[in-house]
Ligand binder design. Structure first.
Ligand SMILES: C[S@@+](CC[C@H](N)C(=O)[O-])C[C@H]1O[C@@H](n2cnc3c(N)ncnc32)[C@H](O)[C@@H]1O
Length: 283
């Protein structure tokens, strides 16, 4: 997918769904974002660039962390998600320290040497040209500036997303699996590939920390988790694309419900997930 197609996807297709489901999505991926933020070791007064900031949760947390003397620039290509972020930021407190910017992080003309940290929660796997994108982000960092982001490991380490998609694919057309490393949620699953991208873009001390284990899926019930799964991610995208008949749709819902039911535990709806916390430094 080209960046232009990504712009369309995150504005017209996925963006409105992420806005509608923002609270549940924040609850689901919040702990992984918090871990990446911890590894970024943000200090008061620092200047942070939040890449693919979406509906703004992490930019607002970063603004709390940098305090009054700090600064956060939050960039995203999705107009509806940024609008939601602006609303959440409000007109008082930490939110006023965030500059929201509608732009493509791969090519945006950021000020050079302007940031101490480049951060992202699942917002850096969608670039058509990741080397160009990370070269651009490196330029925005000061010397020795830090990079910290969280991304997904390969799809087979993420049955929370893969298993419902496989079940749905029995009943509706799914796009052919993308080529390895193609832009998308699993583009950065291969640690060696990501290390090569970052080193070619001028980063040093690239480190991958594996985070594997059960992830609490959003929603307190099977019905809520099912609703999210039918809207967001590969199942949601396939349902929007395939425009199934009522009968096909019912079969998809039944199949995905069975998978979600299999994720039920006494603690809530949980499934295995695998993510990388990636850190590096501007060489
Ligand atoms: C999976 S969402 C994550 C959103 C947010 N970081 C969060 O954790 O809630 C990916 C985000 O990356 C954004 N994105 C994709 N390609 C981008 C690009 N080239 N430049 C800036 N943002 C991009 C999307 O619009 C979307 O908001």
């Amino acid at each position: 997918m080209s960046n232009a197609e990504m712009v369309q996807y995150w504005n017209d297709s996925a963006g409105p769904v992420w806005v509608a489901q923002q609270e549940r999505l924040d609850a689901q991926i919040g702990p992984l974002g918090a871990l990446a933020r911890e590894r970024a070791a943000i200090r008061a007064g620092e200047r942070v660039l939040d890449v693919g900031c979406g509906c703004g949760a992490t930019a607002l947390e970063l603004a709390e962390a940098v305090g009054d003397a700090g600064r956060v620039v939050a960039v995203d290509i999705s107009r509806p998600m940024l609008e939601r972020a602006r609303q959440r930021a409000g007109t008082a407190g930490a939110g006023t320290r965030v500059e929201w910017r509608l732009d493509d992080a791969q090519s945006a003309a950021f000020e050079g040497d302007a940031f101490d940290v480049v951060f992202s929660r699942f917002g850096v796997m969608f670039f058509a040209d990741p080397i160009a994108a990370f070269t651009n982000l490196r330029r925005a960092l000061r010397r020795d500036g830090r990079l910290a982001f969280v991304c997904w490991q390969p799809s087979d380490k993420n049955p929370w997303m893969l298993a419902p998609a496989r079940a749905a694919a029995q009943h509706i057309a799914f796009p052919a699996p993308p080529p390895p490393h193609a832009p998308g949620p699993f583009a950065f699953g291969d640690a060696a590939h990501v290390r090569a991208i970052l080193e070619r873009a001028g980063f040093a001390d690239v480190a991958h920390e594996a985070v594997n284990g059960p992830m609490r899926l959003a929603g307190d019930s099977v019905d809520e988790a099912l609703e999210l799964c039918l809207q967001v991610g590969p199942v949601g995208a396939a349902l929007r694309e395939a425009r199934p008949s009522e009968e096909q749709r019912a079969r998809v819902i039944g199949a995905v419900r069975e998978v979600i039911e299999s994720f039920e535990t006494p603690r809530g709806i949980e499934a295995e997930a695998g993510a990388w916390i990636v850190t590096a430094r501007k060489a």
